[in-house]
Design a protein around this ligand. Structure first.
Ligand SMILES: Nc1ncnc2c1ncn2[C@@H]1O[C@H](COP(=O)(O)OP(=O)(O)O)[C@@H](O)[C@H]1O
Ligand SMILES: C=C(OP(=O)(O)O)C(=O)O
Length: 624
C-alpha cells in the first residue's frame, strides 16, 4: 500500500506471476479510470434523476436518435444541461448523439398495441417497406426501414429481431418487395427493433441517410460533444460526418460503431479516420456467430489501444438489471474483463434508458429503499405527495403505463395509486417509506452504476507495468516530442508510484497522448475549453477538469494557477493528499503543441503554498 492507502502492484517477472498475486482482500483506490456512458431514455430523462446519475459517476450521456423524436431529444439536452448546472461538477459530463445509420429496424406499433408484443412460434408475419405502415405495425405486418434488406432476403434465411431472441424464417417473397416470414423461435418485438439476417452482405454503399444528416445538424445546432456513428463499416461515413461538421470536426469527437462483419474487416481504415470506436456487441452478436464475438471484442479493443484511440465496449453489460436489482456474476465478470481487455469506456443501454414497468417499481421499492443514501431523500419531489407506507397493499386499479413510460407519467400513476390506498399516513420513519416514484426507479439506476465499483476492482488487477512495456515496444524510434513526453510521464508515474499525473492541456492532445500509454494512476487534465474537457471523457484514466478563469498576464502564472486548481480538485476528491507524489506535464510556451516538460513534485500544503510549480526554485521539486 502507498501513502494513499492504494495498492500499487510490484514488479513481476511474468503476467502469470502478476495474476497469481491478485487477492480478493486487496484494498481499493479512491478513483475510477474507466468512463461510464449511460443511454438516456424515458427511465432517467428528468433533471433530478440526471443529477443523481451525474453524482453517481456518469461520464457521458448517450442519446440514441433511433428512438423518440427530435423534440424529445431537444428537451433531453436541456434537462442534461440543467443537471450539469445544478451539480456544478468540475468535470462536466459530455453529451453524445448516436445517429441511427443504416441499421435495419422495424417501425412503431399502432398505439393500441402498446410498444411491444410477443410473437408465438408458427405465427406468420409480412415484412414490408410500405411507408404508410411505418407507424402502424401490428401482429401480422411489420414495417422494415430498408428496401435493400427486403430485396436481399431469400426463402430459408433466418431473421433475428431485437437482440436476436425472436427469430423468423423467410418463407416466400411476395409482390411489392414484401416477404412472408414465420416465427421460428418465440420472442418479443418492440418499436424500432433491430432486424437482421446473419452475415447478410450490407448495402453496397455505407453512407449517411437523410435522417442521419438531420440528426447531425441537430447535434451541431445543440452544440453536443460527440457523434456516435452507428453502422459504420467503411471510413466513408466518418468522412461524410466530418464534412458536415466543418470547423467543429476538430472538437466534436466521432466514434464509429462497429456492428457487423464488414466493419470488423475494415477496422484499420475506420480507426484511421474516426476519433474512436464502439464495440457494438449487440449487433455484432447478430452478424457473427456468438462464439466469435469475444474475438471481435478483444481484437478491436487491442487495435484501438495500439492506434491510441478510445474504445467503448457496449451491449448487455448489466442486461439483467433491466429487471433484477443485482447483476449476474457473469455480467459483473464481463464488465471487469472488458476493462482488463483495455476498453476506455463501458456503456449501459437499456439498463438506464428503458422505463421500468411502474407496477414493478412500486412493488419492489421496499427492497431498494435501504440502498438510497440519506441525501437522496432530501431531493425535492415536485409536489409534496402523501407518504405511502411500504407495507400497504396497493389497491390501485387503473391501467399501468407501458414499459417505456416517462418518469412524469410514472409519477402520475404513483400519485393515483397513493390516492387510492386506504392508508395515507406513514407509520414508519421517513426512510422506510415510498416518497415519490422516481425514488423507486432511481435506486435501480444507481445500482446499474455499480459498474463503477467493478471498474475500480478490475483496474487494480491490470499489470500496468507490463501494458506500458508492450506499448513502448511498438512506439516508433525516433519518437516525437509529444510521445516521448507522454512516455516519460507514464514511466515516472510507474517508477515513483505517483498518485496522479497533472497535465495542462489546450487541445487535449497532451492528455490523450499520456492516456495511450496506460498510466497506473489518474491523469488530471486541466483545460480551459468546454469542448476539450468533455471530449476527454472518452479516454481511460483521464479525469478532465475545466478551468475557464480569465488568463493571467504572465503565461507561467497562468500555468501555475491551473496546476494549483487541478491539485486542489484532486485533493478535494481524495485522489491526492499533502505529501503525495504527482507528475506535472506542461509546455514551455503558450499555445497548443509545445508540451515537453515532465516534473515530479511532492504535493505541498495547498492552503499555504504560494502555488508556484513551474518555477524551478520550488522546494517541492524532486526533478527528473
Ligand atoms: N430516447 C429513447 N426513447 C425511448 N426509448 C429509448 C430511448 N433510448 C433508448 N430507449 C430504449 O432503450 C432500449 C435500449 O437502448 P439502445 O441500446 O440504445 O437501443 P437499441 O438497441 O434499440 O439501439 C431501446 O431499445 C429502447 O427501448
Ligand atoms: C450499442 C449497440 O448498437 P445500438 O446503438 O444499435 O444499440 C450494439 O449493437 O451493441
Amino acid at each position: 500500500m502507498d501513502s494513499e492507502g492504494a495498492v500499487h502492484r510490484g514488479q513481476f517477472d511474468s503476467r502469470l506471476a502478476q495474476i497469481c498475486s491478485l487477492s480478493v482482500d486487496s484494498g481499493i483506490r479512491p478513483f475510477r479510470m474507466t468512463s461510464v456512458i449511460c443511454t438516456i431514455g424515458p427511465a432517467c430523462d428528468n433533471v433530478d434523476t440526471l443529477c443523481e446519475l451525474i453524482d453517481t459517476g456518469m461520464n457521458i450521456c448517450r442519446l440514441n436518435m433511433a428512438h423518440s423524436t427530435l423534440e424529445y431529444h431537444k428537451k433531453l439536452i436541456h434537462n442534461i444541461r440543467e443537471a450539469v448546472h445544478r451539480t456544478n461538477s468540475p468535470s462536466p459530463v459530455a453529451i453524445a448523439v448516436e445517429i441511427a445509420g443504416q441499421g435495419v429496424r422495424t417501425g412503431n406499433f399502432v398505439s393500441s398495441l402498446g410498444d411491444e408484443l410477443t410473437m408465438k412460434k408458427g405465427h406468420e408475419v409480412v415484412l414490408t417497406n410500405e411507408a404508410s405502415l411505418q407507424n402502424s405495425c401490428d401482429e401480422s405486418t411489420l414495417y422494415v426501414n430498408s428496401l435493400y434488406f427486403l430485396q436481399q432476403a431469400q426463402p430459408g434465411n433466418k431473421i433475428l429481431i431485437g437482440d436476436g431472441l425472436l427469430s423468423l424464417l423467410v418463407k416466400e417473397k411476395m409482390d411489392g418487395d414484401r416477404i412472408l416470414a414465420q416465427v421460428e423461435t418465440e420472442g418479443q418485438v418492440g418499436n424500432m427493433c433491430h432486424v437482421h439476417i446473419p452475415k447478410m452482405v450490407p448495402a453496397p454503399e455505407n453512407k449517411l441517410t437523410d435522417n442521419d444528416k438531420e440528426c447531425i445538424n441537430f447535434a451541431l445546432e445543440h452544440n453536443v460533444d460527440m457523434i456516435f456513428a452507428a453502422w459504420t463499416w467503411t471510413p466513408n461515413v466518418v468522412r461524410e460526418i466530418k464534412d458536415m461538421l466543418g470547423e467543429r470536426a476538430s472538437s466534436m469527437k466521432i466514434v464509429a460503431c462497429i456492428e457487423n462483419y464488414a466493419a470488423v474487416k475494415n477496422i484499420s481504415a475506420i480507426l484511421e479516420e474516426a476519433d474512436g470506436i464502439m464495440v457494438a456487441r449487440g449487433d455484432l452478436g447478430m452478424d457473427l456467430p456468438l462464439e466469435k464475438v469475444f474475438l471481435a471484442q478483444k481484437s478491436l479493443i487491442g487495435l484501438a489501444n495500439v492506434a491510441g484511440k478510445p474504445v467503448i465496449c457496449a451491449a448487455q453489460m448489466l442486461e439483467s438489471m433491466s429487471i433484477n436489482p443485482r447483476p449476474t456474476r457473469a455480467e459483473a465478470a464481463d464488465v471487469a474483463n472488458a476493462i482488463l481487455d483495455g476498453t476506455d469506456c463501458v456503456m449501459l443501454s437499456g439498463e438506464t434508458a428503458k422505463g421500468k414497468a411502474p407496477v414493478k417499481a412500486l412493488k419492489t421499492v421496499c427492497a431498494f429503499e435501504s440502498a438510497v443514501p440519506a441525501k437522496n431523500l432530501n431531493m425535492p419531489p415536485k409536489k409534496k405527495p402523501k407518504l405511502l407506507p411500504c407495507q400497504t397493499k396497493l389497491t390501485f386499479s387503473g391501467t399501468f403505463p407501458s414499459t417505456d413510460t416517462s418518469v412524469g407519467e410514472v409519477e402520475k400513476v404513483a400519485s393515483e395509486a397513493r390516492m387510492s390506498t386506504s392508508e395515507s399516513t406513514p407509520k414508519e420513519p421517513l426512510k422506510r417509506h415510498f416518497q415519490t416514484t422516481w425514488l423507486s426507479l432511481y435506486p435501480w439506476l444507481r445500482k446499474c452504476l455499480n459498474v463503477k465499483q467493478i471498474a475500480r476492482e478490475a483496474e487494480m488487477a491490470i499489470h500496468h507495468d507490463y501494458v506500458y512495456r508492450q506499448l513502448r515496444l511498438i512506439t516508433v524510434v525516433p519518437t516525437d516530442t509529444q510521445h516521448a513526453t507522454a512516455m516519460s510521464a507514464v514511466e515516472a508515474a510507474l517508477r515513483s508510484k505517483a498518485a496522479a499525473i497533472i497535465v495542462v492541456t489546450n487541445s487535449g492532445r497532451s492528455a490523450t497522448s499520456i492516456a495511450r500509454y496506460r498510466p497506473p494512476c489518474l491523469i488530471v487534465a486541466v483545460t480551459k475549453s468546454h469542448h476539450v474537457v468533455k471530449g476527454l471523457h472518452l479516454h481511460r484514466s483521464i479525469y478532465p477538469v475545466l478551468h475557464d478563469a480569465a488568463d493571467c498576464e504572465e503565461w507561467s502564472d497562468d500555468i501555475d494557477f491551473r496546476i494549483h486548481h487541478a491539485l486542489s480538485i484532486s485533493k478535494q476528491r481524495g485522489y491526492i493528499k499533502t505529501g503525495s507524489i504527482c507528475i506535472l506535464v506542461t509546455g514551455h510556451m503558450p499555445g497548443a503543441g509545445w508540451t515537453n516538460t515532465v516534473r515530479t513534485i511532492v504535493v505541498p500544503d495547498l492552503d499555504k503554498t504560494p502555488g508556484h510549480y513551474t518555477n524551478l526554485g520550488n522546494q517541492s521539486h524532486l526533478g527528473i
